[in-house]
Design a protein around this ligand. Structure first.
Ligand SMILES: [Zn+2]
Length: 482
């Protein structure tokens, strides 16, 4: 009898404990996350997965093309012959290097144009992301390439001057130089480079703008301006970013974001960007990347010497411009190996900005809405290994789940109103209900010339990446986005 009583008491306690624990939260964040994800139809999930998974091999094939080109350039004697001709006719070391870099990059770009066209234009259209016709795309491709060529060749000239002077310790000094270079480019880019590709204007007056500025100023962001840029000139997808460095740091929202998301969604994204700003992520990204660059340069030094031993391909020393295809291939290969490391460095910051943004904007549903719209170019539910290796931002699932946990706990705290756990009743993303064409919706820049402006290359290609074929060196200026 006593045994039965004990058992009954135990069972009763267990039965009570179950509901008591669940009652701590007004809804189950796992279930709510599923409800958000269920607003995507099968076709949208398939499209999202296939676009993002295609990117896995694209990021390796691009550099591979560069390696093959570099090898051919060395093996066929082009490198040493061009170097010899330049030394005879130009004489000044700096200009020999710069001209060598120009010739090498130009030939590489011509040979790899088909690949760039497929990745940057054809594929983007296949997934209905691009809003550009060929001539718009090509003009911006040329602008971006020309700019990279100019800035990159000059940077390579400086890079080699350091190598020639510092010899075996070049990797230390070149790390400092790369970081300084990235900081300067980062400072100049929003003022001189970004406006080449897009129009930036203050966000038009509205209740939404006022609320956005309230959130910014509440968090100590000394600004009266949030900028809107005409991303719809290039793509339908939503985005926002923090750009600049020091004095020129600024937050820019895409016009597509304003057109496609609810006010809560816009505030959620802005909260995230404010997080990057307040937490000084441009600086900390630079410092963390510096460590990675220093290690890569040091390893590249020894790798280069091992491969170029005995004047292979006519390379006389590491300061010899004829060794440029080899040196940049080795550096590019090391950065390729470090892909998961750099992704983890970036994702670490993005995760911080997500949590900051939730707390600053207090818009968990808007945050979930944004995470869902980003599925257009980022797969929602990767495996843990996939996310660790390939993701520079948390996955859509991780972000929505974070927002739903936040929402459930704050409802329990009573500091936000009670409501449904999942999406607002009847809500579905616009790519399920019918995709709007932002150009038709028509955000018109206050300047008025938005419609005729040439459009920009995707932000990934806009960063001056020095030479095109052999991916290399200087990290693009830290510009955290969405
Ligand atoms: Zn971000």
């Amino acid at each position: 009898m006593r045994g039965y009583l004990g058992l009954a008491a135990f069972a009763a306690a267990f039965a009570l404990a179950g509901p008591a624990m669940a009652a701590a939260l007004p809804f189950d964040p796992d279930v709510a996350t599923r409800e958000w994800l269920a607003t995507m139809d099968q076709a949208a999930v398939a499209r999202s997965d296939s676009y993002f998974e295609g990117g896995y091999w694209i990021q390796f094939v691009g550099p591979l093309i560069g390696f093959i080109f570099a090898f051919a350039f060395l093996q066929l004697g082009f490198a040493k012959n061009i170097r010899a001709w330049l030394e005879k006719n130009v004489k000044v070391y700096f200009f020999v290097v710069v001209l060598f870099a120009l010739v090498y990059t130009l030939i590489g770009a011509v040979l790899s144009f088909g690949w760039d066209y497929w990745v940057g234009f054809v594929r983007e259209h296949d997934y209905n992301l691009s809003t550009q016709n060929f001539s718009q795309w090509f003009v911006q491709y040329l602008q971006g390439f020309g700019l990279s060529l100019l800035i990159g060749s000059f940077a390579i000239g400086m890079f080699y001057l350091i190598i020639a002077v510092a010899k075996n310790t070049w990797w230390i000094w070149c790390t400092f130089a790369s970081i300084a270079f990235a900081a300067v480019i980062g400072m100049l880019a929003p003022v001189y480079i970004s406006p080449i590709f897009n129009h930036y204007n203050p966000m038009p007056e509205s209740a939404l703008r006022d609320s956005v500025l309230q959130i910014a100023q509440a968090n100590g962001v000394p600004t009266n301006d949030v900028l809107v840029y005409d991303r719809s000139q290039q793509t339908n997808s939503v985005s926002a970013n923090v750009s600049g460095f020091g004095e020129t740091t600024r937050i820019s929202l895409a016009d597509t974001l304003l057109q496609r998301e609810s006010p809560g969604g816009v505030r959620a994204v802005l909260g995230h960007e404010i997080g990057h700003y307040v937490l000084q992520h441009t600086v900390s990204l630079l410092v963390m990347n510096a460590m990675m660059i220093a290690i890569a340069f040091a390893l590249a030094h020894f790798g280069f010497l091992a491969i170029a031993k005995g004047e292979k391909w006519g390379i006389r020393s590491i300061a010899d411009p004829a060794g440029m295809p080899l040196l940049f291939s080795v550096i590019g290969f090391l950065f390729l190996l470090a892909t998961p490391i750099s992704n983890n460095i970036t994702r670490f910051h993005e995760n911080q900005a997500d949590m900051f943004g939730l707390n600053a904007a207090r818009e968990p549903d808007g945050f979930a809405e944004s995470a869902l719209l980003l599925s257009e170019y980022r797969k929602m539910e990767p495996t843990a290994l996939e996310e660790w290796f390939f993701y520079d931002h948390p996955s859509g699932y991780a972000r929505i789940h974070m927002a739903m946990v936040w929402k459930a706990h704050h409802m329990a705290l009573g500091d936000i109103p009670m409501g449904p756990g999942g999406p607002p009743p009847g809500w579905a993303p616009d790519f399920v209900t019918g995709h709007p064409d932002p150009r038709a919706v028509g955000y018109t820049a206050p300047g008025g010339e938005g419609a005729t402006a040439p459009a920009a290359p995707a932000t990934t290609t806009a960063a001056p990446a020095a030479e095109a074929p052999a991916t290399t060196a200087a990290p693009s200026p830290a510009a955290p986005s969405n």
